[in-house]
Design a protein around this ligand. Structure first.
Ligand SMILES: NC(=O)C1=CN([C@@H]2O[C@H](COP(=O)(O)OP(=O)(O)OC[C@H]3O[C@@H](n4cnc5c(N)ncnc54)[C@H](OP(=O)(O)O)[C@@H]3O)[C@@H](O)[C@H]2O)[C@@H](O)CC1
Ligand SMILES: Nc1ncnc2c1ncn2[C@@H]1O[C@H](COP(=O)(O)OP(=O)(O)O)[C@@H](O)[C@H]1O
Ligand SMILES: [K+]
Length: 475
């Protein structure tokens, strides 16, 4: 499991460790890891031109000590000071002693640099970059130099992944002690480049603020039939989706469900012919969901149109229910809150915005806060889809972030596949958080495998799930 911790937690762990170490030891660990990462990126350090952008805090100190290490190996290091009178004094002394210099012509130095180290601001930052810092970040971006962010790209919010103003766009980020949530959540995540974590020996709490499943975590969650399994014991997932207008959504949700590990898929709704044509193994039923026979979990909503009655009927079932797409609009909040069996909502940003009564842009700018708010408002687990897919449970830390997403998934109907897949994992007995995050992981991986750099449709994604499953199990 990859974990991320908020600023307060990181600072507490740093304080605790610093009390047991000689003064400055932690910063030296950080700088050593940073310099090693830069040396690796440069290939040849000797003779390379490096520029440090240095702010008033310890983030700048890290950059200065790392710059000193590079200067000792023969790099030509120039530093641009944003707050000359408040620069980390020890760091600047070390840089000078190693042969580094303060830049007299920042524009020229940045334009000629191979590598720019962004030590403007780290976890002490608030809001977007101030004008002079933003100008230097712009010069770095335009220079063609490789930009390495120290701890995090300056200007992004470490705790939330929000970007409230100008911010550095890095090619790589070297972060210390722990991932910060902002390194994993868009829009900040989009600015980090490849992230490398340097272990500086922090002792962190058992519960993270954010976690991202890795292959082994997903493999441990996926259901595997045993000798005693039969189709009912493996779980039956019910799909209440599709309408005369949108039969395809039903087919795609069933396609996802068939690949999710349940023993049988039951379909209820007006698209039964289309479903059977494509997937004859589906059990179809013409009446209301409550009369369809036993299921262990329901999926309701994709392509449903305005059939509020089907949503009410499904929400009355005493089994886990996944609500997606039209179902989200039709599900009564109080009814969801009153359910005793788990509910999983899977909105994209537009649907989440409608449920929260805010603009879509607001959700996209503050994904972490939005998913948490929605989980609290509905007393339900929420999977928020999009450029970063997040899963939050009510009252719960940590929030899960999906690491396998790909923008190839932004194709009509791929969300229907995801809802079927997650519903199937619910029916197989996974908790809502596990079902949602394992489904998102498989779904993203399936899209990557199916796409391999070329566009995909939702059916390709559904077909890619088996390959993704195999890859996850193989590690
Ligand atoms: N603690 C440790 O043991 C270790 C810490 N480590 C390192 O320390 C870093 C944290 O250092 P930190 O606490 O000094 O804060 P930091 O992020 O450098 O800057 C704060 C200053 O920036 C300014 N500023 C604020 N917002 C701004 C903006 N938008 N745009 C421009 N400027 C802005 C603000 O100044 P002011 O508002 O006073 O002008 C404030 O004083 C951490 O990220 C890691 O790199 C590692 O060495 C490992 C060991
Ligand atoms: N920019 C993006 N990057 C990564 N994944 C995305 C992006 N945009 C959409 N997705 C993913 O694509 C899927 C689209 O689902 P959804 O919006 O419900 O579409 P539909 O209703 O057409 O099925 C979701 O899994 C979502 O996370
Ligand atoms: K930084």
């Amino acid at each position: 499991m990859r974990t991320a911790f908020g600023v307060e937690t990181v600072r507490a762990a740093e304080r605790e460790l610093m009390a047991r170490l000689p003064e400055g030891a932690l910063m030296q660990r950080a700088a050593a890891g940073l310099a090693a990462a830069c040396a690796e990126l440069l290939g040849k350090v000797y003779g390379s031109r490096v520029v440090l952008l240095v702010g008033s805090g310890d983030n700048g100190g890290d950059a200065l000590y790392a710059g000193a290490r590079l200067a000792r190996r023969g790099a030509g290091v120039a530093v641009v000071l944003l707050a000359p009178e408040r620069t980390h004094a020890g760091g600047l002394r070390a840089l000078r002693a190693a042969g580094g210099r303060v830049s007299a012509a920042p524009e020229r130095d940045i334009a000629g640099a191979r590598l720019v180290l962004d030590g403007i601001v780290g976890i002490g930052g608030r809001g977007g970059l101030r004008p002079e810092a933003a100008r230097l970040a712009g010069l770095a971006a335009a220079s063609g130099a490789f930009v390495v962010a120290v701890d995090l790209p300056s200007g992004v919010e470490a705790d939330t992944g929000e970007v409230r103003g100008p911010a550095v766009r890095a090619d790589a980020t070297v972060t210390f002690g722990a991932y910060k949530p902002g390194l994993l959540v868009d829009p900040a995540q989009e600015r980090t480049g490849a992230v490398r974590l340097i272990d500086i020996g922090l002792d962190l709490p058992a519960t993270a603020d954010l976690e991202a499943l890795q292959y082994a975590d997903v493999a441990a969650l996926l259901p595997v039939p045993g000798a005693g399994s039969d189709k009912y014991r493996r779980g039956v997932v019910g799909i209440a989706a599709g309408s005369a207008r949108y039969p395809g959504a039903a087919v795609l949700a069933v396609a996802g469900a068939l690949r999710g590990g349940a023993g049988a898929v039951r379909y209820v709704g007006p698209a039964a012919d289309a479903v059977i044509d494509r997937y004859p193994e589906t059990l179809v039923h013409a009446g209301p969901p409550s009369k369809a026979g036993r299921v262990q979990a329901w999926v309701v909503g994709p392509g449903l149109g305005d059939d509020a009655e089907r949503v009410r009927d499904v929400l009355a079932a005493d089994v886990p229910v996944l609500v997606d797409a039209d179902g989200l609009r039709l599900a009564d909040r109080a009814t969801v809150r009153a359910r005793t069996a788990p509910t999983l909502l899977t909105p994209h940003a537009g649907e989440a915005a409608a449920l929260l009564g805010v603009d879509r842009a607001e959700v996209e700018a503050a994904r972490l806060a939005s998913v948490r708010r929605l989980a609290e408002a509905y007393g339900a687990t929420v999977l928020l889809k999009g450029s970063t897919t997040l899963v939050a449970a009510p009252g719960g830390r940590p929030v899960r972030v999906n690491p396998t997403g790909t923008s190839w998934l932004a194709t009509a109907g791929s969300g229907d596949v995801l809802s079927g897949l997650a519903g199937s994992l619910l029916a197989a007995g996974l908790s809502p958080v596990d079902a949602a995050s394992a489904a998102a992981f498989l779904h993203g991986l399936a899209a990557r495998l199916a796409a391999r750099g070329a566009p995909v449709g939702a059916q390709d994604v559904a077909e890619g799930v088996r390959g993704a499953w195999r890859e996850v199990v193989a590690g």
